[in-house]
Design a protein around this ligand. Structure first.
Ligand SMILES: [Zn+2]
Length: 210
């Protein structure tokens, strides 16, 4: 698979999401890049200014596998939501860590050789990005049960996330949103049940994005 073809594939899905976002008028500014992140559980990155990075390995698998395609849609929607909400978006952060999780992602984990400076988003910004991303999914008629299933599978595989991305909290929020009655009418939703592929992106079941 040529990188160029894979990048076009990722961009096409990304732009589908941008088209239902608040940034739809700036769609032409969006650039989607494939990246070989050093830390294998990093799936995506919003570098600001409409620059979205997606794990090469995730993109490659999503091209061939529908389960990874939902993971790619999840990652893209989350990163685009970060871009739309911006650094200050997503509400207050009291800086208190309730998760007991460490392993915060650092610039070194990215392996992007100083092309971008990495600052982690706060946990509340992460949850806000999830909420916004799920809004985009709803507008696209992408069934939120896939979103919930992704997090359920993370937990089932023992992946608790990291300090800024607590899987359990994200799952709880997603279940709440997904079970709430929708305010916009949906076209007939697919009822396929999601099952996570038995070959995760990395040897470890560690999968996240920020
Ligand atoms: Zn994030």
């Amino acid at each position: 698979m040529a990188d160029e073809k894979l990048t076009r594939y990722v961009s096409a899905i990304g732009l589908e999401i941008v088209a239902v976002s608040e940034a739809r008028d700036r769609w032409a500014d969006y650039q989607f890049h494939l990246a070989q992140f050093v830390r294998p559980d990093i799936l995506g990155l919003s570098a600001g200014n409409h620059q979205i990075y997606i794990s090469y390995e995730l993109a490659r698998r999503a091209y061939d596998s529908s389960s990874y395609r939902w993971l790619l849609r999840h990652t893209l929607a989350h990163e685009i939501a970060h871009d739309v909400l911006g650094r200050d978006g997503g509400g207050e952060d009291n800086g208190v860590d309730h998760s007991g999780l460490a392993n915060r992602i650092t610039s070194r984990d990215l392996g992007l050789s100083g092309r971008i400076t990495f600052r982690p988003y706060s946990r509340s910004a992460e949850l806000a990005a999830d909420r916004k991303a799920m809004e985009y999914w709803r507008k696209l008629d992408w069934n939120c049960t896939h979103w919930v299933a992704l997090f359920s599978n993370f937990l089932a595989q023992g992946y608790e996330g990291d300090v800024d991305h607590p899987t359990k909290e994200r799952l709880e929020q997603a279940m709440q949103i997904c079970s709430a009655p929708s305010t916009t009418p949906l076209r007939n939703l697919p009822t396929v049940s999601f099952s996570f592929s038995s070959s995760p992106v990395s040897a470890k079941p560690a999968i996240s994005e920020f």
